[in-house]
Design a protein. Structure first.
Length: 462
């Protein structure tokens, strides 16, 4: 048996390729269970299918490009580290804060969906209380150890994939293309200018199908052989997710009146209910096993946000006490708890985040998407910059079709960011406000970083 090694900063380097693939898919797979159906409310089934294909192309090219960065600079800061290398301290701040917003706001949306699924089985259970309980349980599991956490992640991810395949198989006999296409263009049967508007307005919910797969980068310091495992995990992960996303969406939309599935947190149980009825064992199985998909993403993103907080605190971008690791478990326990407290606060923020005609969950999803898109754009810009400024940087994996793939990903991220801001001006203002407040802290603590230079990033690149 191989004894797990430890990185220079004390994190346990014990993860293998399969565990990393489990993290890659598990981080995202909740997007197949909920969140995406909000896109039907604006784009319709056909319009949202177009949106999803566009976003899938952006993610495909992005992941191939992002893999080059992750394999070259296997650092727990992920995008924060890449932008620091390319653009210095300010670039590191922007990418790091954007990633934090993405990974801090995604878990409360997933936790609310966990609560909604449990409420199907236990109507008396308050979904928000269940969501809070989920935070407590999985923060604890992440604190205990990364190997245990990653093994659990692989287990629940495989179960979640199995359940999605079962869902498609059970509803397939009731599938009707006529049901899927009825009113498929933003409620109309024919394409129009309104359909085009709906396609772009639905971008955040198509992104939710794939959001957070890049979180694998934040476990890079804990991988035994990152230069081999990361490219395999990323490539296998994105292919798995594209197939599942298209399959689930098409089958769910073809089983009945798809408009009843828009704007709800549990579209798959409700779609299956149309076929098998409310008392079927299949339905109860979907609810219980469906929780594995939500848990996989929830658990994986807690791992992701904690490593991002840890890396930034270690570099002086956040209070230093957040950068401590547990002396026994070798995990960033303070970062795990801090991110969890923010997420629990978001769960109970109806009066703050419920506006613009959208639900609390939809607005939390959109806020997470803002962070993701800014980080994607900065990461692709960093890739171009590093190709020029650090030509001798060891690149065990190089993006195919350079510069076409990163250019497509960069353009796609910028177009999506502008579009999401256009359709969500209030949330865009809140996003900018958070960045501005963080930048104020960044400027005030300049002396702190000067006294503790981030030399470790330079060392990682050698």
């Amino acid at each position: 048996m191989t004894t797990p090694s430890h990185s220079a900063h004390g994190l346990s380097a014990s993860l293998g390729t399969w565990q990393l693939w489990g993290i890659a898919v598990g981080l995202v797979i909740s997007g197949e269970y909920f969140g995406w159906s909000f896109g039907w409310a604006t784009a319709g089934t056909l319009g949202f299918l177009v949106t999803t294909i566009m976003v899938a192309i952006m993610y495909g090219t992005f992941i191939f490009s992002f893999t080059e960065l992750t394999a070259s600079i296997p650092h727990a800061g992920g995008p924060f580290a890449y932008s620091y290398h390319a653009f210095g301290a300010t670039g590191g701040y922007l990418a790091g804060m954007a990633t934090l917003i993405e990974f801090i706001f995604a878990p409360p949306a997933i936790a609310l969906a966990i609560g909604a699924y449990l409420n199907v089985q236990f109507p008396a259970l308050d979904p928000k209380i269940a969501a809070t309980g989920a935070y407590v349980v999985f923060m604890g599991l992440n604190i205990i150890g990364v190997t245990i956490a990653a093994t659990f992640e692989l287990f629940v991810t495989i179960l979640a994939i199995f359940e999605l395949l079962v869902f498609m198989g059970v509803v397939a006999p009731g599938f009707s293309l006529a049901n899927f296409t009825a009113g498929g263009w933003s409620g109309a049967d024919e394409f129009s200018l309104a359909s085009l508007t709906g396609i772009f307005a639905a971008i955040p919910f198509a992104i939710w199908f794939f959001l957070a797969i890049e979180g694998v980068a934040m476990a890079a310091e804990e991988v035994r052989d990152p230069k081999r495992s990361i490219p395999i995990a990323y490539t296998g992960g994105i292919l798995t997710l594209v197939v599942l996303a298209i399959g689930v969406m098409v089958f769910a939309g073809g089983v009945g009146d798809w408009t009843k599935l828009a704007n709800i947190n549990d579209p798959l149980p409700q779609a299956m209910k149309t076929i098998v009825g409310e008392s079927s064992g299949w339905l109860h199985m979907l609810v219980w096993l469906g929780l594995f998909g939500l848990v996989a993403s929830f658990h994986g993103i807690i791992l992701g946000y904690s490593r991002q907080i840890y890396a930034q605190a270690r570099a002086g971008y956040l209070p230093g006490w957040l950068g401590k690791i547990h002396p026994r478990f070798k995990t960033p326990h303070r970062a795990i708890i801090a991110g969890g407290l923010i997420g629990i606060a978001a769960i109970f923020s109806d009066e703050v985040l419920s506006f613009g005609g959208q639900s609390l969950t939809a607005n939390i999803v959109t806020m997470s998407v803002f962070g993701a898109l800014l980080m994607y754009a900065l990461s692709m810009a960093a890739l171009f910059k590093l190709r020029r400024s650090e030509p001798r940087l060891a690149r065990p994996y190089k993006v195919p079709f350079y510069p076409v793939f990163p250019a497509i990903a960069l353009a796609g991220a910028l177009v999506c960011l502008g579009t999401v801001a256009w359709f969500n001006p209030t949330l865009a203002g809140l996003f900018v406000l958070i960045l501005a407040i963080g930048y104020g802290y960044f400027r005030i603590t300049h002396a702190q970083r000067a006294a503790l230079p981030f030399a470790e990033l330079a060392a990682e690149a050698e």
